[in-house]
Structure formats: C-alpha cells, structure tokens
Design a protein around this ligand. Sequence first.
Ligand code: SF4
Length: 483
Amino acid sequence: MKNNTTRFYKIDLADHPSGYELSELIKEFLRPSEYQVLNGRSDSKKQKEIPVPESSEMVEISLAGKELDRDQAKQWLFRELCRETGYRPEWGTLTGVRPVKMANELMDLKGHTPEEVRGILQDYYYLNEEKADLVMETSAVQRFVTAQPAGRTFGLYIGIPFCPTRCIYCAFTSNQQPYAEVQRYLQALLREIDAVGKRCRELEIRPETVYFGGGTPTTLRAPELDLLLSAVETAFDMSSVREYCVEAGRPDTITRDRLEVLQRHGVGRISINPQSMNDGTLERIGRTHRSEDIRKAFRIASPYRDMIINSDIIAGLPDENYDMFLQTLRKVIDLGPQNITVHTLAVKRSSRLHEMDAEYHYAERETGRMVYDARRILARHGYRPYYMYRQKHMAGNFENVSYAKPGTESIYNIRIMDEHQTIIALGAGGISKAYYGPSNRLERVPNVSNYSIYIERIDEMIERKNQKLYRPFALEAGETGNC
Ligand code: SF4
C-alpha cells in the first residue's frame, strides 16, 4: 500500500441503502484511524468523531448525487480507493465470506457456465486472477456435493466446548474445567440428543453427516465418548449417514483407547491440528503440546488406516516468518494427512491476542506470500482446494482454505459453506440453521454459548428447536401449526 500515514479520508456514503457493505469495503483499504464515514455532510455531527492527525492531507470521496445500485456503488468506491491509496485488494469488491457459494449460485440459479462465472468474478467483482482461479477450482472440486440437493437430510453438529488450555487467538466456546463439569455438561447434551433425535424420527428426516466439534471433543475420556456416540446412534436414524467425523484437534488428547472407541463406532474422519510445528510458537500461542506430540499423535493414529485425517495449520502466527510457516507446511505434508487446512490468523475481539495487541492484524506480514506458496506446494503433493471461506479481522484479509487428496473431501464442510442444507447443532454454542429451499434462505436457531447456562436452560434449548428448527421439513411433509 502507498504510504498514507499523512492522509486522512472523509468518505460520504450519502445514506446509500448498501451503506454497511460499502463500509466493509472501505475496511479492506484503510485502518479505522485513517478515515471517517459520513452520511451526508449535514448529518456529520451524528458520526463518531475520529481525531484527524495534524498536518494530514484530507482526501474527500463522496457518493452524493450519484444514482448507483449496490454493485455499481461498490465498483465506483473500489476504483476511487484504488486510485487514492495505490492499493488493490485481491478479492475486489467482494466483502462476503462465501465467494464459492456465490459462484455456485451463479451456475445453479442463474444458469451461467463456469467460463462465464470466471469472467463475472474478474470483470464485475474485480477479483484478481489468482483469487478467481481459487474460487473456480474449489467450486469444481466440490460439485460432487453441491450439485446434489440435500433433500430430507441435514447435517448434525454436536459441540463439546472444552479444551485442555485456551489458545491466545481462540474466539470459540472453549472452557477449561475439572472433568466433573464436563460430565455434568454431557448429561444435558444427552437430553438434547434424545429429544431432537425423537423429533427427527417423527419427521422421517435423517443426518447425511455427523460432526463432533468444539472445543475439543476428545477432551471426553474413552467411556464418555463411547456413551455419547452410542446415544447419537440410538437417537437418530443413521441409515443415510455418508460421513462421520470427530474433530479431535489437540494432539495431546489423541490416545489409543479413544481411537478404539471411534473406530468401533465407524467414525471415518478425525483431525490432528498442529497449527505450527515450531515449539516456540506452540508455547507462545498457549498450546501445551510440542511438535513431538504431534508426531506421536500421527503414530498412534497410523494403525487406523480407514480414518481420514485433517490437519490445520495457521499462517500469520505471532513471530512466525515465511520460512517458519513453510517449514511447518512441509513437516505436516510429510506426516501424510489426507486433508490440510491452511488458516490465516483471525484476531477476534474476544481473543486473548486481541487484548494483547488490538492492531495485530494490521502489521505488515508475509501472510500473502505464505498462503500463495502453500497452495502451489500443496498442489505439487496432490492436494486440491475443496472448501474455503473468508473471515473478517483476518491478517491481510486473506482466506481459510482446506485442501484434500481426491476422494477425501469433507461433505459436512462443503455443505456448511454452501448453505443449502439444514444444520442441526446440539450443545452449548451450537447454531442450528433451518434451510427454506423455496426461498433459498436460512433461519438461525442458536443455543446459548455458556455451557453452564446451557445446562440450566436445556429444556428451553429443546423447545426453541421445536418452535423454529423443523419448520421447513414439517411444511414439506404437510404438517401445520408449530412443529
Ligand atoms: S483448540 Fe480451538 S477451541 Fe480449543 S482453545 Fe484452541 S482455538 Fe479454542
């Protein structure tokens, strides 16, 4: 980016109806301290005053008097900001988190060919060639799922909101509690599983995928893990399940007795998430395991040859440079997981890292080069991108991409990003989403995220689902009233 330390931007969005999206686009170019958004000059007193540094050169950009729809306004603002800042965001005018979903819908709902979609991404939304390639390749790989309507199936998510320690970037529901609390939580979760399973059987709807996430599901010891999986298999009709996944995650929780339980229940996917293979970094980010524990977890998992393993790594971790990141990538490739997910560090407000350094994600890093080269290295080793999403507050506004060896892609991950299937999420922090096919929209039905409140209010969580979640299926089946 051109040096703008002496420039201050006043941007008048003139009460445009797409003001939120335009504001999101501005964030791709400028830090909060570098600009102020106005909505009509006479209205400016209502805006939060940003102190303008002395000797700043004022740049004024205004949409006033321009009759532009949402996309035209974004294009115009994008061009203005490119010209004024000398910076061109790689994702163009796209500010949403699901660019692949958009590409899929351009084909499925608007009838465009893949070639036409690529043209739209580059010429209309101003993506650069590399990002347009990434979207189109990902879209092509996941068509074996997204081209199939989900019918009367859903994705089942079950959350275990406990981890051995808290990572400094964590913004999830993750608690560090004595095991007695984990067991108390499990009792409430079993009630929810039983009640929701009964309703799904009545409606004759079945999970297509089952995904245990968190937190760290393997915080549960083998006997409780066994109890939980048995409860799910009893409560739900599992005859349509195509994928059964337990996101183990933390290498320090992967033990032979737990894997034995998972195998006995037919679990076909786990994750072993190193994040980094650098011991200094692991300590800095608050993980209790070391790189040797990651290797050990792979050794423990090696006899379970039918299980697909995913490994997460993160680009842009504190004090990690390009070489350290690529070293991690190469070491993880050598360990041989079928899926590797490359995250770009997102610093959310609720994380400890944000408390330590609120401006972390604005520091100049080599993250762009890391993710760019990771894609090429992974391609050379036979991995293809199969799902991706962009995240807000991300170092350099990059994306998270999961790569897979052909035939090992996760259906659950593809469906959740594609948003054309109902997700039933159980446990604290679970956000269910009811999908209405005819209007192509989702309605969120959240559980509370605090595990202790979840236990107290478990009946209310079950009733909330009865009121709202099953409605699309009940409507299809011709039921009336509350479902
Ligand atoms: S393992 Fe994941 S859920 Fe657990 S503390 Fe770390 S980031 Fe949070």
